[in-house]
Design a protein around this ligand. Structure first.
Ligand SMILES: NC(=O)c1ccc[n+]([C@@H]2O[C@H](COP(=O)([O-])OP(=O)(O)OC[C@H]3O[C@@H](n4cnc5c(N)ncnc54)[C@H](O)[C@@H]3O)[C@@H](O)[C@H]2O)c1
Length: 279
């Protein structure tokens, strides 16, 4: 259902790889709500993913950019200003990648070159996007910039590895830049801390199937899907949330505030008798 929440608004969406991507769902929902959008991803993701299909579906252009490269981001922002004929209203940063996770290197055996890449791709790129937009004064007053985070930024979860550190920085950037952007330009900056979601990046996390089952059982409302995340993003791009900024907003069915649920206790108790591993 459409509520025309983004009628007349324009935005840039980073990180749609394929139809599982959270950014893909956000692009579709933003269009449904009346927004005009530009899509961007790395040249490799554009080649190997299905972003062109999304561009056709949403009547949008695709601008290639590696979000770690300032020159690429400069090109995205300048091209967007030209394409839209002026400033735009929202940005989704839906970018994450860890070579340590991909290569199965654990947190006590990190490759530091990969670690730096994780931080650069998954966190510093958020700052680089914000700084580029700020310097060009590219975002309208009451505009909204969103990044996607995960609860491992704040609590340790097995297997999330160096991405936990990247997400902690991402959330901090939302606060630090949110203060400046809010004070100077009335632009909002927030992160959404999303449930585990079966996407290409999500499924790469060690033990992902077990994790999804655990959070589903623990959350009174169950895991939040990518479609539901897109709904939430749309509200945060809309004018209905103009005083929300510098926040990390949990979108996780209640998982972040629960210690133990009946459903999880049920499974845990059943397995206690057979438990031989005390870790
Ligand atoms: N899937 C989950 O369980 C989950 C949970 C919470 C938060 N998130 C976050 O949501 C965001 C989107 O991930 P997703 O789950 O939709 O997976 P996804 O694999 O569909 O998206 C990740 C995207 O990051 C892009 N990317 C990687 N390196 C890049 C670079 N250098 N420049 C530009 N783009 C680059 C990829 O091309 C891809 O499109 C990520 O920040 C992720 O950490 C995911």
């Amino acid at each position: 259902m459409s509520y025309n929440l983004l009628k007349g608004k324009k935005g840039i969406i980073f990180g749609a790889l394929n139809e599982l991507s959270i950014a893909w769902k956000v692009a579709e929902r933003a269009r449904e709500e009346g927004a005009e959008i530009i899509l961007t991803n790395t040249p490799a993701a554009i080649r190997f993913g299905q972003i062109d299909e999304l561009a056709a579906k949403t009547n949008s252009i695709v601008i290639p950019a590696d979000a770690t490269k300032e020159a690429d981001l400069e090109n995205v922002v300048v091209s967007a200003l030209k394409h839209f004929g002026g400033k735009f209203d929202f940005i989704l940063h839906s970018i994450g990648m860890s070579l340590n996770v991909r290569k199965g290197l654990t947190y006590d055996n990190l490759n530091y070159e990969y670690y730096k890449k994780t931080i650069d791709i998954s966190a510093l790129s958020f700052h680089k996007i914000l700084q580029t937009c700020y310097k060009h004064d590219a975002i309208n007053q009451w505009g909204s910039v969103l990044g996607l985070s995960y609860i491992a930024a704040q609590r340790t979860l097995y297997g999330y590895n160096d991405m936990a550190d990247a997400k902690a920085i991402l959330e901090s950037i939302a606060r630090s830049f949110g203060y400046i952007y809010g004070r100077e330009k009335k632009v909002r900056v927030n992160t959404i801390s999303q449930s585990p979601t079966p996407t290409t990046a999500g499924s790469g996390v060690k033990g992902f199937g077990g994790l999804m089952d655990f959070t589903e059982r623990m959350s009174p409302l169950g895991n939040a899907s990518a479609d539901e995340c897109a709904d939430y993003c749309v509200t945060l791009f809309s004018d209905l949330t103009r005083k929300i900024t510098m926040q990390n907003l949990f979108h996780d069915g209640g998982f972040s505030n629960i210690g133990m649920s009946a459903k999880a206790m049920h499974v845990y108790s059943k397995n206690l008798e057979n438990d031989t591993d005390g870790d």
